[in-house]
Design a protein around this ligand. Structure first.
Ligand code: GLN
Length: 487
């Protein structure tokens, strides 16, 4: 029999349904793996040992009673950005190092309601700001494919845990690429849904007009399973949209015949590593063999995505992070002289360098005299970028390209140069600025490191993205490759 840690969510569900093993057995096996292997990766901030076993036992009882929800007894992990009741929720920051949430995020609540068992909370860049997991107060995460490399960020812990078979599925969030870039660099599937598809309630805010929750798994089918549970209207999030949730799993078998895929001309320019470009071209040829029709499309404002994002995201973060003041929650500096000293030192000591850089940039672009020149201008360019996508989707059903310009880079390689780090998200940020759903799937290997294929669709096309990827995964085996040390 396939070892439990090698099985996908779908495989585990089938085994549970057939009575081949119990949830307690799955959870014990994975907790054992986390204990012995995670010290090499640092993918977890908190491991929920006893609590997970108790949840698994409850799931087994529910199943025996004939009362199994869609994810009953299936193991998952949560990015440590989602508030979970009575569990430490750090957001990768010293500011929240000892913060225990008094409530559940909607995502946490819905997955638990469907019967999922949470093994732990995963490491991440501080407040989701980063592309390498190196800004985490809890130390960097290592890439299971090469421990000298970064797994990407900010959802690096979730991606590494799934790639290393410490968990079959993880929640994650994406403000500019934080689900898709780590998925690409670890050989996993990551989907960022349409803005408003999944509730942001209880998900610690970075940039509210860009943040969206999604998942990292090994197959499109598993992503479909989780997304179907997470998605849907939530009156507690004013940006949640009341739009019907389709049966993502049921729609996976839609054939690729006639699917029009646009290849972005600007994606294959000088910035893209030649071997990544080849892997992506091969993947596109595979989709074509299955019936997809390839054409070229233009995104003329692509070059403005990163600069626009680095005005809008810091502006929103400077406002969102003002709540961490040493008074209400989180880190509080010792022996303050007065209130101002309390504010200044709590924030000075509680936040790391990248977070401070974003707060300062954001405060600057929002300040009187600069607001029009930077913030307002960025909002206008954001509109132009959305228009580019709208025009492209008049002719094609999906847009395809690379997820990242290169495979995983070495830890420490980009930490001294924020601009080079920011350029990692050049292909992913557009989807956030335009609120579009997008997905990365493994499509090749370069020197032993995975490469990601990036697909973007029109609003609400999650089902189409998942089905196209599922069809691709029927004929290819990149998603089955496992890093040597974690088989
Ligand atoms: N890497 C980008 C940043 O640092 C995106 C992060 C994210 O998507 N959360 O802002």
């Amino acid at each position: 029999m396939t070892a439990l840690h090698e099985m996908t969510l779908s495989g585990l569900k089938a085994g549970l349904d057939a009575g081949e093993f119990t949830s307690v057995e799955i959870v014990s096996a994975l907790l054992g793996r986390i204990e012995s292997l995670d010290p090499q990766l640092n993918a977890f901030i908190t491991v929920l040992g006893e609590a997970a076993l108790a949840d698994a036992a409850r799931a087994d009882e529910a199943r025996a009673r004939g009362d199994a929800g869609p994810l009953c007894g299936l193991p998952i992990v949560h990015k440590d950005i989602f508030c979970m009741r009575d569990v430490r929720t750090t957001c990768g920051s010293r500011m929240l190092e000892n913060f225990v949430s008094p409530y559940d995020a909607t995502v946490v609540e819905r997955l638990a309601g469907a019967g999922a068992v949470v093994l732990g909370k995963t490491n991440m860049d501080e407040f989701a700001m980063g592309s390498s997991n190196e800004t985490s107060w809890f130390g960097p995460v290592k890439n299971p494919w090469d421990p000298a490399c970064s797994p990407g960020g900010s959802s690096g812990g979730s991606a590494a845990a799934v790639a290393a078979r410490l968990a079959p599925a993880a929640t994650a969030t994406d403000t500019g690429g934080s689900i898709r870039q780590p998925a690409a660099l670890t050989g996993t599937v990551g989907i960022k849904p349409t803005y408003g598809r999944v509730s942001r309630y209880g998900m610690i805010a970075f940039a509210s007009s860009l943040d969206q929750a999604g998942v990292i798994t090994r197959t499109a089918e598993d992503s479909a399973r989780l997304l179907g549970v997470m998605a849907g209207f939530d009156e507690r999030d004013s940006t949640s949209i009341d739009h019907p949730v389709p049966d993502y799993v049921g729609e996976l078998d839609v054939a690729l015949d006639g699917l029009r895929i646009g290849i972005v001309r600007q994606h294959f320019d000088a910035g893209l590593d030649a071997s990544c470009a080849q892997a992506v071209r091969d993947a596109l040829a595979e989709l074509e063999k299955r019936g997809a029709v390839l054409t070229e499309v233009d995104l003329p404002n692509l070059d403005y995505c990163v600069p626009t994002y680095y005005v809008v995201a810091p502006a929103e973060c400077s406002s969102n992070l003002s709540r961490f003041d040493g008074v209400r929650f989180g880190y509080r500096a010792k022996d303050p002289e007065d209130l101002l000293d309390l504010y200044c030192r709590s924030r000075g000591e509680g936040f790391g360098a990248e977070v401070k850089r974003r707060i300062m940039t954001g405060t600057y672009v929002l300040s009187a005299g600069y607001y029009d020149a930077y913030y307002l201008q960025a909002q206008k360019v954001r509109q132009l970028i959305s228009e580019d996508f709208r025009r492209a989707f008049a002719d094609v059903d999906l847009i395809a390209g690379p997820t990242t310009p290169t495979p995983a880079f070495r830890l420490g390689d980009k930490t001294d140069d924020p601009i080079t780090m920011y350029l990692n998200d050049i292909y992913t940020i557009g989807a956030n600025l335009a609120g579009l759903p997008a997905l990365s799937a493994p499509c090749g290997m370069v020197d032993g490191l995975p490469v990601g294929l990036h697909l973007v669709g029109p609003h609400w096309s999650e089902g189409r993205l998942l089905a196209a990827t599922h069809q691709y995964q029927q004929d290819t085996a990149w998603h089955e490759a496992a890093p040597e040390a974690f088989r």
